[in-house]
Ligand binder design. Structure first.
Ligand code: PGA
Length: 249
């Protein structure tokens, strides 16, 4: 049985006081929750406040990106060690916004994922095709490349979660239909089976992300191969995040 995960990506929103307030509301909402894992990904500067607020709540905290070196003269960079040392247990890697605005590549995704695992962080590796790629009929080959170039060289991916996020659905209000998403998740699970074997592919979580909202989460969640969500916009309001969490029961 794969345990569902609902993760909130706060992107470049909130300052520490507001982040802590949002976390406090999520904490109350999450109190009685034992059916799904819940995680939030605040901006780096808000992590200490959020970790403090969520202490003992069972809600996990992660960072939105990281650098692969442990430490050194890398001005502006944040390492997996710093993230883990700040009380985080997870990290997002390869988000499409990192790929399109900050030069993220599959090669870097591999280095970051290895470094995250070596510090005991659980990475969520994000993959997804653009609208042009989908329209050109190359979705599968794009995903194969991102997955295999991204993490194919890692033998033990037991603590990795994959997030499938079609770029055309992120922040646009357009969601993949449950059929589209499930079909793509099945394809990804098949790729995983081919590289890591059936057992790994049966156990690994594949999240869907891209305009997940309280009103579409349920129909996506009902699909066999969708194991939870990576939520952007709707995770910034405690009420809608709670409703999405409730839909995975
Ligand atoms: P969205 O973002 O829910 O606002 O579309 C999802 C994401 O980028 O992870």
């Amino acid at each position: 049985m794969r345990r569902p995960l609902v993760a909130g990506n706060w992107k470049m929103y909130t300052i520490p006081a507001a982040a802590s307030e949002l976390a406090a509301r999520i904490k109350l909402d999450a109190k009685s929750r034992d059916l799904a894992d819940i995680a939030v990904f605040p901006p780096y500067l808000c992590i200490p406040a959020v970790v403090k607020t969520l202490e003992g709540s069972g809600v996990e905290v992660g960072a939105q990106d990281m650098f692969w070196e442990q430490e050194g003269a890398y001005t502006g960079a944040i390492s997996a060690r710093m993230i883990a040392g700040s009380g985080c247990s997870m990290v997002l890697i390869g988000h499409s916004e990192r790929r399109s605005y900050f030069g993220e590549t599959d090669e870097r995704v591999l280095k970051k994922t290895k470094a995250a695992l070596s510090e005991g962080l659980k990475p969520i590796v994000c993959i997804g095709e653009s609208l042009e790629q989908r329209e050109a009929g190359i979705t599968e080959s794009v995903l194969r490349t991102q997955l295999i170039e991204g993490i194919g060289a890692i033998n033990d991916i037991g603590s990795v979660t994959i997030a499938y996020e079609p770029v055309w659905a992120i922040g646009t209000g357009k969601t993949a239909t449950p059929d589209q998403a499930d079909q793509t998740h099945k394809y990804i699970r098949g790729l995983i089976a081919g590289r890591w074997g059936d057992k790994v592919s049966r156990n690994i979580r594949i999240l869907y992300g891209g305009s997940v909202k309280p009103d579409n989460a349920r129909s996506l969640w009902e699909r066999e191969d969708i194991d939870g969500f990576l939520v952007g916009g709707a995770s910034l309001k405690a009420d809608s995040f709670r409703d999405i969490i409730d839909s995975v029961k």
